[in-house]
Design a protein around this ligand. Structure first.
Ligand SMILES: Nc1ncnc2c1ncn2[C@@H]1O[C@H](COP(=O)(O)OP(=O)(O)OP(=O)(O)O)[C@@H](O)[C@H]1O
Ligand SMILES: [Mg+2]
Length: 188
């Protein structure tokens, strides 16, 4: 039963990914208080059984940082990134740790969210390919997770990139539009 259930889940996730590709919903950006939103996201992620509460931490500075994005699409992007952290890093000896860090970029002041893990760094020769559709190093992966996450960000006038200048682990940064005018400009 466990084997059947696991394979059914996998088939379902492939179908959902492909459907998402063929009919991406139009973005409805909204003002989101990042700290509270991430708190709820973290609870949901932990309750899904993907990891334990002590494996995920959250810090947003300034604490009242607001961003503009479609909430359900932001949910899918952050979920994909956190699932990647769990699936592609972490061993029994060294369980994955995920940090969700929100802030403003020093130069542009644009708000961002970093999803950081403590896993082995992605091979620099691979960091461009990981966003390509169907690129995967996992036997059971579709290789669509990062591609879809990046497409969703773009339709919300946000950017998703792998950060190369981090001290350790892997960091994926979502940079959000700064103003509601920028956020809705794609919809005009
Ligand atoms: N946090 C991470 N740590 C290490 N490698 C990663 C991480 N995130 C992504 N990768 C690499 O990027 C590849 C592409 O990721 P992507 O999410 O697009 O597909 P996937 O996770 O392999 O499959 P799926 O998302 O369908 O389950 C992964 O196979 C993995 O090699
Ligand atoms: Mg993935």
């Amino acid at each position: 039963m466990t084997i059947i259930r696991n394979h059914t889940r996998r088939v379902n996730s492939v179908v959902e990914n492909v459907l998402q590709l063929s009919r991406p919903g139009s973005a409805q950006p909204q003002l989101i208080g990042l700290h509270d939103w991430l708190g709820k996201f973290m609870d949901e992620f932990v309750h899904s059984g993907t990891c334990n509460p002590e494996q995920v931490s959250l810090s947003v500075n300034p604490a009242d940082l607001d961003i503009y994005m479609d909430p359900s699409q932001l949910h899918q992007v952050v979920w994909n990134l956190c699932q990647n952290a769990v699936h592609h890093t972490g061993t029994e000896a060294m369980p994955v740790r995920i940090q969700l860090l929100g802030g403003r970029q020093e130069n542009s002041r644009a708000p961002y969210l970093d999803v950081i893990d403590n896993g082995a760094e992605i091979d620099p020769a691979m960091t461009d390919q990981i966003f390509e559709p169907f690129f995967t190093t996992k036997s059971s992966g579709t290789g669509l997770g990062l591609y879809i996450a990046r497409e969703i960000c773009e339709s919300n006038q946000a950017r998703l990139a792998y950060q190369t200048d981090t001290a350790a682990g892997n960091c994926f940064r979502i940079t959000f539009p700064d103003t509601v005018e920028q956020a809705v400009s794609a919809l005009a």
